[in-house]
Ligand binder design. Structure first.
Ligand SMILES: [Zn+2]
Ligand SMILES: [Zn+2]
Length: 142
């Protein structure tokens, strides 16, 4: 079994902390692979080592949210199978077709300011802030 960052980070989020043997049990990584993969992710600042195992860092949590919406670069990721042509809202599960997404401009609603970015059309969750959406090549609303 090859390592997969997306589902490894998801497992850490679900369990709070993981140790190498959790990865061995879950995906039949070899014990050596599991250990070196966890330390690789912590060198990338996505996980941190604690006394009870590896935990998600803030950056690791952000990366996981990004993967959940935009998909991850892993070619056969079981969590991203459906996501080839769309972004998935992590809150309500709504799929927005990639060709339909637009960056909405900042707007002042008197009580709240809606910052520029891409929003789920169903539940209005912010999917990407403008800076990230521009990196993904999402056009602005005309
Ligand atoms: Zn994935
Ligand atoms: Zn939504």
């Amino acid at each position: 079994m090859k390592t997969n960052k997306h589902h490894t980070l998801r497992l850490v989020q679900q369990r709070g902390t993981v140790r190498a043997h959790d990865l061995v049990q879950q995906w039949a990584y070899s014990p050596a692979t599991a250990r070196s993969y966890l330390s690789y992710l912590s060198r990338q600042d996505l996980l941190e080592r604690t006394s009870v195992g590896y935990a998600l860092t803030t950056r690791g949590g952000e990366r996981l949210r990004y993967f959940d919406v935009a998909g991850c670069p892993h070619p056969e990721c079981p969590l991203c199978e459906r996501k080839t042509g769309s972004y998935l809202c992590p809150r309500c599960g709504y799929e927005v077709a990639k060709q339909d997404v637009r960056i909405l401009p900042e707007r002042d609603f008197l009580v709240v300011v809606r910052h520029a970015g891409v929003y789920c059309p169903l539940c209005l969750k912010l999917l990407f802030p403008e800076s990230q959406a521009l990196l993904l090549g999402i056009p602005k609303e005309p």
